[in-house]
Design a protein around this ligand. Structure first.
Ligand SMILES: [Zn+2]
Length: 316
């Protein structure tokens, strides 16, 4: 039986960024200040997990002028995100409590980034700079003190480094690599579900890359630990920034060498094999039991779809 047509390829969330990061400007304080003072500057305002947007013309605009941003709350940190043309883009971190209090305002939308992305609440070109800003501001919020000596650190490089004035250690923003993989056994693939997932959603297995490990090794280890399945060949697919709080998802397909499942119930609620036809129906939200995959904003959707469309071709 032929597989159903999945339609046009959907867009992956949070990438690619329309901004030029202009890293060469970061150590030029005067240039960054001039960009911030320019009337064309745009500021994304974030308080912890909450993104602030203004309601405008039936939609939502998450970009404020510097004056508007200042009026929303005192900035804990400001990060130079890059340039859109020659206009500066900035991320401004306010306290989560200040963002919470803005929820009372009828002219603002104050909501978490996942909801914005999944529900398409802002124009898609804002998602990559929002992801950059959110990850950077979360890093600042968690690294105000030196990991080496415990003293308060200072922001330098337009938000891209924190220096310790006491022990002179320099601290750079971090990105945590996570492998997210689809193990394949011929016409079947391995999906799992976590107790955190919405009911009926199944997805790729995933886990953090550990120190001293390649991502291929991490794919094999996580698949064996979580589902008891041994994998051989691992093929990189594509990656996605995932600012929850500051991860990089490394999407892979893997050749399953064993098929018997031994599910780690502390990590997963369940895991099982799915056919290509079932996965096609899940991507289309037409599965007879109402099962589904993650939405197109997430890389898991694309990893599963690539296998449904290409079969074993993804392992070449
Ligand atoms: Zn220090």
């Amino acid at each position: 039986m032929p597989l159903p047509d999945l339609g046009p390829k959907p867009h992956l969330g949070y990438t690619p960024s329309p901004l030029d990061r202009a890293a060469d400007r970061r150590n030029d304080a005067a240039a960054v200040a001039a960009l911030a003072a320019d009337a064309r500057a745009g500021v994304y305002v974030i308080g912890g997990e909450l993104i602030v947007a203004k309601k405008a013309g039936g939609g939502n605009d998450p970009m404020f002028t510097p004056a508007e941003a200042k009026a929303l709350g005192a900035a804990r940190e400001t990060v130079f995100l890059g340039l859109a043309g020659d206009a500066g883009r900035f991320g401004c971190g306010i306290d989560q409590a200040a963002a919470e209090s803005l929820k009372a305002r009828a002219d603002l939308l104050v909501i978490d980034l996942r909801s914005i992305a999944v529900q398409g609440l802002v124009a898609p070109e804002h998602l990559p700079p929002l992801a950059e800003a959110k990850a950077m501001l979360m890093w600042h919020a968690r690294h105000r003190f030196c990991a080496n000596c415990g003293k308060a650190t200072e922001i330098v490089e337009a938000g891209w480094r924190r220096d310790c004035p006491v022990c002179k250690a320099t601290h750079f923003p971090r990105t945590d690599p996570v492998v997210i993989m689809l193990a394949i056994d011929g016409d079947r693939c391995l999906l799992g579900r976590s107790a955190r997932f919405v009911a009926s959603m199944w997805s790729c297995l995933a886990g953090f890359v550990e120190p001293g490990e390649s991502f291929e090794e991490a794919v094999r280890r996580e698949t064996r630990e979580e589902a008891g399945v041994t994998c051989g060949r691992v093929v990189y697919f594509r990656s996605q920034p995932w600012p929850f709080p500051m991860s990089l998802m490394i999407g892979c397909h893997a050749q399953a060498l064993t098929t018997e499942l031994k599910v780690d119930r502390t990590e997963l609620e369940d895991a099982r094999w799915f056919t290509r036809e079932e996965c096609a129906l899940m991507l289309l939200r037409r599965h007879p039991d109402g099962l589904g995959t993650p939405p197109p904003v997430a890389i898991a959707h694309h990893i599963i779809r690539a296998w449904v469309e290409e079969g074993d071709g993804v392992l070449r």
